[in-house]
Design a binder for this molecule. Structure first.
Ligand SMILES: [Zn+2]
Length: 348
């Protein structure tokens, strides 16, 4: 999912009644406090559990998004290449705080359930424009970070303490989670760091390449990565098309990429890349985002045709077997429950 220098020990245990689910509502107008219109008892019970659980995580190393932390550099050595062992050998990597063989790992296979509880997410976009984002093409696929100058994109999860600030988003080729046994071509992760806390929250959105026309909002991201790709090609002496760089200065609300009708499957899990730290509240949208075939192919190209700027050669970190950058859903969900959060108005 992302590379983080985290050595984490987390004693958090989340238990929720199986029949329960939550609800989503987005945008600045979303209610600050979850509202229950029916079946209040299970929700209240769940809310109390979550409110009193606290985050029993001790971070042995500060979470940083840079190479300054040695664990980050080590974590960068992981590969999806089955010829190098693939994700199956990640638990043996010498990465500080490695939890890849832990009991609350991600991704998982999500079994569809009915909504039974309503509550609202609060998703506020900050002041960033698409041109403010810091686009990068890495050995594990495209990524974009929110710079501090225009941050303020925040998430509040029903029944979970604290506010989470968006720090970056990235794509996996081949979905990581599955929904009802179904895998998707890509999965998009919006990564948030807890403000005044040590937890993370990720919003996961499946991507399909079946839209008849280009998704214009998504295209702005592709344009950002295209500029990075062109610069690298120039640096490596390749002939490139001379395209004028596009500067889009309008506000960019990353949450606009979440399909409006989506609900979320929420559970307590981990980073999906080494050190697989078990510090993540997962929120996986149950409706995919559709982009066009051309857009999907472009996304795949950024991942499978990644050129290392130091060697100017193709980097084989994406699995050369099938070009994927996804961890299998082999993780045992153990005693964890996956709950489905649906809009409050679905219960009125
Ligand atoms: Zn991810």
């Amino acid at each position: 999912m992302m590379r983080l220098g985290i050595g984490a020990f987390c004693a958090l245990v989340l238990t929720v009644a199986p029949s329960e689910a939550w609800v989503s509502q987005r945008g600045p107008s979303a209610a600050k406090t979850p509202v229950v219109e029916k079946s209040p008892s299970p929700l209240v019970e769940m809310g109390q559990q979550l409110a009193t659980v606290g985050f029993g995580c001790f971070l042995a190393a500060a979470a940083t998004f840079g190479a300054a932390n040695p664990a980050f550099a080590d974590a960068g050595k992981f590969s999806y290449d089955p010829n190098l062992g693939g994700p199956e050998v990640w638990s043996g990597l010498k990465v500080e705080g490695n939890q890849c063989s832990g009991t609350k790992q991600s991704p998982i296979a999500i079994r569809p359930t009915a909504c039974s509880v309503g509550a609202n997410y609060e998703m506020k976009h900050g002041t960033c424009a698409t041109s403010d984002l810091e686009y990068a093409l890495g050995r594990n696929g495209p990524k974009a970070s929110f710079p501090k100058v225009c941050d303020g994109t925040t998430l509040k999860i029903p029944f979970v303490d604290g506010t989470f600030q968006a720090v970056q988003f990235h794509m996996h080729i081949g979905s990581e989670h599955t929904l009802g046994g179904k895998a998707f071509e890509s999965e998009f992760h919006i990564v948030h760091k807890q403000i005044d806390g040590d937890r993370f929250a990720v919003v996961g959105i499946m991507l399909t390449g079946d839209a008849k026309t280009d998704n214009l909002k998504f295209q702005r991201l592709l344009d950002g990565w295209d500029q990075v790709a062109q610069k690298k090609a120039i640096d490596c002496g390749d002939e490139v098309l001379k395209k004028k760089a596009r500067t889009v200065t309008e506000e960019f609300n990353v949450y606009d990429l979440i399909p409006p009708s989506a609900n979320f499957y929420a559970y307590d899990g981990s980073l999906t890349t080494p050190p697989c730290s078990e510090v993540v509240w997962w929120n996986v949208a149950d409706v995919p985002l559709s982009i066009s075939r051309d857009q999907m192919d472009q996304l795949i190209k950024y991942t499978t045709k990644y050129v290392d700027p130091k060697t100017c050669e193709l980097d084989p970190s994406a699995s050369p077997y099938d070009g994927t950058t996804n961890r299998p859903t082999a993780q045992d969900s153990g005693a964890r429950k996956v709950i489905r959060i649906c809009p409050v108005n679905a219960f009125s």
